[in-house]
Write a protein that binds this ligand. Structure first.
Ligand SMILES: Cc1cc2nc3c(=O)[nH]c(=O)nc-3n(C[C@H](O)[C@H](O)[C@H](O)COP(=O)(O)OP(=O)(O)OC[C@H]3O[C@@H](n4cnc5c(N)ncnc54)[C@H](O)[C@@H]3O)c2cc1C
Length: 430
């Protein structure tokens, strides 16, 4: 495609939760949308090979902090949602309203359009059930969580789609990208955007690299949705030097124990149930990892004896609300050492998870090393974008996890979709 010969109304950079929503909504309003996506667009097969290239390749999807905390992001059409657990958490309406953002109507719209519901009983796997029963027995209000899955398409023989869903059961933003394309939006893959072209304090286009060539494309509106790490890197290169500081990434540990009388199937759906320990600053959920990830994460903490025991393992994920600190380098290197308070939150969760697992009959309990998958707060509303998500430059907007203004700690996709819908309405009303 020769982008210079085409006229676009909007360029959207990145096709994850934020970018795909904006592209879908604007294309439905007959806007001419161009999506630029660094990742590939190959059919999802559910293979580890695909996941390795798009999520686990060091320096691309997988970034390490100096504490060797592995930060994951999906570089793919559909972004991180391709690899997500599809758990939808309630949106913090009041917090957003305090920044002048009301997405109540947009979230209602989302609920009508997407299959958001707790899993039906036959989709709850034995690990999740065992952990939920044990937690409830100890007095926890441990309940099924909302998932965004087309449950009527599910079959027990399908593996859970940690590596991308070939059956279309799990919702991912790729579905919105495909809807946008059906509405005549254009998508260029392998296009790594470097910076926004600014003239007289107004964004007029972007510069990107594809197949080793530097290219430019122009449009009257530019939306940066390259995720919590990608967006601040592009903004810094475009003159917004304050982007990429004091962020969150929601650090995680997984607590594991072995039980003899269980056989965890490969279709076990992770994060089916859990609890939000709001006062203590973390969530706890079941977490069925695939075999390779179970092995790698046991290896990381020298539990070589537990690398191949996935089918006999109960796993509880603790995801903490870390405070806002740290900085990104200009190339997207992540500099953030977990402070004592944040480690303590995870340790409190570890102690609770240990008791739940023991009560479920588990032995040989241990925890994995830290990792994270929700980078955000790098281009905060109220600091670097206004309540319409506009930057200091005319016609330049940001819409993804980076704009979240406060410490977070929750799965963010439902909120980001709401923000994407609201931005699209704002742009079409202008
Ligand atoms: C393993 C895993 C499981 C998760 N499970 C859940 C869950 O159950 N529920 C939930 O709510 N959240 C979950 N999350 C988090 C959630 O997926 C992300 O927070 C969310 O997708 C962020 O949306 P985003 O639009 O900010 O960024 P992303 O979805 O990451 O999208 C960013 C996009 O920008 C592209 N990009 C980056 N840089 C450039 C560039 N320079 N040029 C062009 N394109 C670029 C990327 O390829 C990507 O497509 C999970 C995350 C991971 C990693």
């Amino acid at each position: 495609m020769n982008t210079n010969e085409q006229k676009f109304d909007v360029i959207v950079v990145g096709t994850g939760a934020g970018g795909a929503t904006v592209a879908r909504e604007l294309s439905r309003k007959k806007k001419k949308v161009l999506m630029l996506e660094w990742g590939d667009y190959v059919p999802l097969t559910g293979s580890f090979k695909h996941c390795f290239k798009s999520l686990l390749f060091p320096g691309r999807g997988l970034l390490f902090t100096n504490q060797m905390l592995g930060l994951l992001r999906g570089i793919d059409t559909g972004g991180s949602t391709v690899f997500s657990c599809a758990t939808f958490f309630p949106v913090p309406f009041e917090m957003l309203k305090s920044y002048g953002i009301d997405i109540t109507a947009e979230v209602e719209e989302q609920k009508k359009e997407l299959p958001i519901a707790p899993l039906k009983d036959e989709m709850i796997g034995p690990m999740s059930k065992r952990i939920m029963e044990s937690a409830q027995d100890l007095g926890y209000n441990w309940q099924k969580l909302d998932k965004c899955m087309y449950q009527d398409k599910w079959k027990p023989e399908y593996k859970f789609s940690h590596y991308g869903d070939p059956h279309g059961v799990k919702w991912s933003a790729r579905m919105y990208v495909e809807e946008a394309i059906a509405n005549e939006a254009s998508l260029i893959n392998g296009a790594k955007v470097k910076k926004v072209i600014i003239e007289k304090k107004t964004a007029i286009g972007v510069e990107y690299k594809k197949d080793g060539k530097k290219l430019k494309v122009f449009a009257p509106k530019i939306i940066i949705s390259a995720g919590g790490i990608g967006s601040p890197v592009i903004l810094r290169a475009s003159g917004i030097k304050e982007a990429g500081y004091n962020f969150f990434f929601d650090p995680v540990i997984v607590v594991r124990g072995i039980v003899k009388d269980i056989d965890v199937p490969s279709h076990e759906i992770p994060m089916a149930a859990g609890i939000h320990m709001e006062d203590e600053g973390y969530i706890m959920t079941d977490m069925a990892f695939p075999a390779a990830i179970t092995a790698i994460s046991a290896f990381q903490v020298f539990r070589f004896d537990k690398m191949l025991s996935r089918r006999k393992t109960l796993q509880i994920m603790i995801k903490a609300k870390d405070a806002l600190y740290g900085k990104l380098t200009d190339n997207g290197g992540v500099r953030k050492n977990l402070k004592r308070d944040d480690k303590q939150k995870l340790m409190r969760g570890f102690e609770r998870a240990k008791k739940i697992l023991k009560n479920a009959g588990a032995k040989s309990i241990f925890k994995t090393w830290y990792f994270a998958g929700h980078p955000g707060g790098t281009v905060k509303v109220g600091e670097l974008v206004d309540s319409n998500l506009k930057t200091k430059y005319e016609n330049l907007y940001v819409c993804d996890c980076s704009v979240i203004p406060e410490a977070w700690g929750l799965p963010p996709v439902a909120t980001i979709i709401g923000l994407g819908k609201r931005l699209s309405k704002h742009l079409t009303s202008e």
